[in-house]
Design a protein around this ligand. Structure first.
Ligand SMILES: C[S@@+](CC[C@H](N)C(=O)[O-])C[C@H]1O[C@@H](n2cnc3c(N)ncnc32)[C@H](O)[C@@H]1O
Length: 276
């Protein structure tokens, strides 16, 4: 069993992997494999509460593998994959309503998009639906836990609408920091490059949002990253932020679009001379 010297595996977080209470043998094996993947201890559940088990392993949180899903639990907060508002947004697009992100990207069927900040993958799912079979969505996530849980979710979650399920399956997920990844790309290698970084000040607090915040990478986007993105994008670079955010100006986004009454807005940098 790991003691106080247990290595901090996720941005300073100490965690172990366990199962739900009285797990089927297959779940124990999956949990052991996940522990090996993260190079953290496997903690046998033994009828203990999550809190007591975390205490025994001197862990800040636990990854809990159950038949239904894999959750990261820390105190009152739980993070697990779900498609969020993706289904509703897709329904609205099908009903002819404007999706502000899709409109800011000027996204069309067949386009390739690099989502630099995957998070729960909601935006990536909507983008994948719009770009369709002929398109390509690559999603980057620097947090190893968020990345793995969302990757597994996108590859296994079955939506009642098979087209949404297909859109999830098409998203290619990569555990990487966007700056490193962008530096490796050839000029013009994808149509749209998108950033939705953690807001400098959170909009609201709820267990779901707190759960994501505890695992997420909070580093701000820098100017060099925007330059790298502009070089790698064939059409445009889009940044989502709070409507009143000073980030747009700091990062050189002059064109700001989005719903008039929405608290969030999208900054757009276009490649000059490219028909949009
Ligand atoms: C606000 S969330 C994105 C939400 C996402 N658009 C969605 O629809 O679910 C930002 C995510 O970007 C990730 N992130 C932050 N900095 C990153 C970086 N340098 N490289 C890759 N991912 C990063 C965070 O860990 C977090 O999961």
């Amino acid at each position: 069993m790991a003691g106080p010297s247990q290595k901090k595996a996720e941005s300073g977080l100490r965690f172990a992997v366990t199962t739900s209470l009285r797990p089927a043998p297959g779940l124990v094996e999956s949990a052991k494999q996940l522990a090996a993947h993260f190079n953290v201890p496997f903690a046998e559940r033994r009828d203990l509460s999550v809190k007591n088990l975390a205490g025994l392993y001197n862990a800040d949180g636990l990854l809990v593998v159950s038949a239904k899903r894999i959750s990261f639990i820390m105190g009152e907060n739980e993070f697990f994959f779900h498609p969020g508002l993706a289904g509703l947004r897709i329904k609205e697009i099908n009903n002819g309503k404007t999706d502000q992100m899709i409109s800011a990207m000027s996204l069309k069927e067949g386009y390739s998009i690099l989502d630099c900040t995957m998070g729960l993958g909601t935006d990536a799912i909507v983008a994948s639906y719009v770009t369709g079979d002929a398109g390509r969505v690559t999603a980057l996530e620097s947090s190893p836990v968020i990345c793995e849980l969302v990757k597994r979710g996108l590859h296994s979650y079955a939506d009642e609408d098979s087209q949404i399920t297909d859109a999830m399956r098409r998203v290619k997920v990569i555990n990487a920091k966007y700056k490193d990844y962008l530096a490796s790309l050839k000029p013009g290698s994808c149509d749209i490059i998108y950033f939705d970084p953690m807001f400098r000040s959170p909009r609201r607090r709820s267990p779901g949002i707190n759960a994501a915040r505890m695992l997420a990478d909070h580093d701000p986007v820098d100017r060099e990253t925007v330059d790298l993105a502009l070089n790698a994008a064939a059409r445009r670079v889009v940044l989502k932020e709070r409507r009143d955010s000073a980030e747009f100006e700091r990062l050189g986004f002059k064109k700001i679009v989005g719903g008039k009454y929405s608290p969030v807005a999208y900054g757009v940098l276009e490649r000059l001379g490219v028909p949009q």
